[in-house]
Design a protein. Sequence first.
Length: 401
Amino acid sequence: MANVNKTKGVIAILTGGGDVPGLNPAIRAITIRAIRENYKVIGLRRGWAGIVEMKRDKKADNSACYIELTEEIVNRAGRTGGTFLHSSRTRPSHMPKANVPEQYKDTYTDDINDLTPEVIKNLEFLGVDYLIPIGGDDTLSYGVRLYQEGVKVVAIPKTMDNDVPGTDYCIGFSTCVTRTINMTNTLRTSAGSHERILVLEVFGRYAGFTAMLPTMAGAANRCVIPEYKFDVERLTELLVQDRHKNPSKYSVVLISEGAMYSGGEMVFENQEKDMFGHAKLGGIGDIVSSNIKNLSAKFNNGRPVNIINQKLGYLVRGGDPDAIDSIVPMAYGNLALDLIMKNIHGRLVVLKNGRYDNVPIDVVTSTKKLVNINKFYNTDRLRPYYKSFEMSPLFIMTSEL
């Protein structure tokens, strides 16, 4: 009699970049389905860092680098936020000399090193047949590199900015929008009590989806996004008008962290950059708040309007996932397994026009996903257009492939 429990192969999962609610449900969905289909599942810890730093020695303690996943492990974490596999912004193809693991320091001595050969050897050492990276365009761009090197990769899009190309939806986006709306509505009571302008800085490095959707849903009067350099005087004029029209005498603006005013550039917390070349954004809300207060008297009969300035930051990415970020990760995980069982790889699982599908993984590096300002953003009114929603996707705005 055939051994029905014979392992079909080894699947490795990792989560890279920023944490979002929905990662643990995705890991759970992949693991449970894979185990029931007789695959062994390995969780690589700390994004690409785990597979870079592990030692190819069966006697070595690699517990900080990977873990064999079981139904018990993933069920315990599957309904929670964050990622129990942990995450990092490691980029093995651009490893600074100071970050090269000890076992490779004699081999890789340049200021910036490509450790991809070691990653491939480490995957082979673990017996990995298929690799499932869950991440944004940075994490997945290295997944594209590994696929080009012959690794069987099936990718899952994750980022609260919702800016991975090729898909209408990335894990984490719905919870981010939900939290942004809830927190904005919470802060309205203070803004209304003191008759102030409420300025909220939200995530969004290059794409303004996380500011656009809450504004479109009525959480804010105006929003400014990375795709359009705004005039802060015009923004102030509009917000003072909004405040005047509101019986409670307050108004609200959402500011993407990557937004830029006319004549200005992105604002960073500091100049330190990660391995993908990104410095940490933060501070545009402070600058805009100060400018609005200074300019407000011009549009308010000579009297300045006070500001409430709040950065939502990690409050929108922490905690448990909402319904959509519980359902979509489950579906994405099963879609990935469907492809693996057909020996199909080099794909990105996606949602397009309300239907689950998959597209070539190199879409991640071949295009950008940004708000189409001509179609969706009123640059004079600094807010979304509200027209022609018929046959639009669930979240209205998406990139056209």
